[in-house]
Structures are given as structure tokens and as C-alpha cells.
Design a protein around this ligand. Structure first.
Ligand code: IMP
Ligand code: MG
Length: 180
């Protein structure tokens, strides 16, 4: 038996079922359109792979790597694009795929930045959202799960670059942190 880490908040089964629904909805909404899924790395890698395979229409995929300065649950809001898109998004329907929308600053920055390239549309799909923590008002069209103001890890999300490989989502609380 694998030792459980953290307090699980979303199980693998709940995740699978919700991602299937999101994939179905996106397939309907974008049928016949030129959709590019843009994965926001590193955090979105696991969600991206599962979501893309739950979408039943042909899509392009691309990735960006961003870092935000700051520690733990606090992001400073200074987002840096470390690696840019590899293909043009001009005239395309762009769906940003995020792990979590917290303050909203990353999504705001990315939406602004990519709008300059004149895509036909730019929308956001996030696995998780913490509405209570929002400091800017951003539109998020697809949300997997709305969660409380807890720091979560697993399924792509990290704490100091660790725990991304946990197959479920867990709350990292005080007790766990001492083990890190
Ligand atoms: P923002 O505050 O909406 O700009 O979110 C910035 C980034 O902070 C997200 O893309 C995540 O990588 C990270 N983040 C925010 N909340 C959590 C969390 O609970 N666990 C892990 N990473 C988080
Ligand atoms: Mg992160």
C-alpha cells in the first residue's frame, strides 16, 4: 500500500468523471472551430493530458511555461513567460488550460499578452478555482472544481516543485509540511 500523502480533497474517480464532462462540453462548444489548447506549464501538465484526450474534436496543442514570483500561497502577481508558444494563434480559438486560478493575475496577464496576437477568441479552462482569493476579476469559462482557500498539491500542482506526481489532489496542511 502506498502511503497517503496530505488530506485528499478530489479523488481520482471524481477527477476522471469531471474531466469527461468538461471534454464533452468543450467538444460541443468548439465543434467545427479551429481550436488550440494552450497548456500553462508546469502545473497544468497532468490535467492537460487528460482533458485533451476527453475532447472529441480535432485540436492543436501548444504549451507555454510561466513562473510567478512569490512563495507558498502568495503570488506577487509578477508573471514571467519563460517559454513562449511555438505556433501562431492569429485567427484561432484559444483555450488556455490552467491548473488553478487563484488571485487571477496569471490568467489576466496571459489573456492580455495573447490578445495582442489577435486570436479569434481566448477563453480559460481551469481544473481548480479559488474564488475567495481573487484580486482581479477574470472570466473563467470552464472550471473543474471550486475549492476553499486551502493550499493544494498533486495532479500537477506543486509545493516547492514537489508533489506534482501525486495522482490525486490533497490539501497540504501544517502537519504535512513538517515532513517535507
Ligand atoms: P494566480 O494567483 O491566479 O496568478 O495563480 C498563480 C499560480 O499559483 C497558479 O497557476 C499555481 O501554479 C499557483 N497556485 C495557486 N494556488 C495554488 C495551490 O493551492 N497549490 C499549488 N499551486 C498554487
Ligand atoms: Mg505553480
Amino acid at each position: 500500500m502506498e502511503r497517503m500523502f496530505g488530506r485528499p480533497i478530489v479523488t481520482q474517480e471524481q477527477m476522471r468523471s469531471r474531466i469527461r464532462e468538461l471534454g464533452r462540453q468543450i467538444s460541443i462548444d468548439y465543434a467545427g472551430k479551429d481550436l488550440v489548447l494552450v497548456g500553462v506549464l508546469k502545473g497544468a501538465y497532468a490535467f492537460f493530458a487528460d482533458l485533451a484526450r476527453a475532447i472529441r474534436i480535432p485540436v492543436r496543442v501548444d504549451f507555454i511555461i510561466v513562473t510567478s514570483y512569490g512563495t507558498r500561497a502568495k503570488t506577487s502577481g509578477k508573471v514571467k513567460l519563460v517559454t513562449d508558444l511555438t505556433e501562431t494563434i492569429r485567427g484561432k480559438e484559444v483555450l488556455l488550460v490552467e491548473d488553478i486560478v487563484d488571485s487571477g493575475l496569471t490568467v489576466q496577464y496571459l489573456t492580455k499578452t495573447f490578445s495582442k496576437q489577435k486570436p479569434k477568441s481566448i477563453k480559460v479552462c481551469t481544473l481548480l478555482s479559488k474564488p475567495e482569493r481573487r484580486v482581479v476579476n477574470v472570466q473563467v469559462q470552464y472550471v473543474g472544481f471550486r475549492i476553499q482557500n486551502d493550499y493544494v498539491v498533486g495532479y500537477g500542482l506543486d509545493y516547492q516543485q514537489k508533489y506534482r506526481n501525486l495522482p490525486y489532489l490533497a490539501v497540504l496542511d501544517q502537519l504535512n509540511e513538517e515532513e517535507t
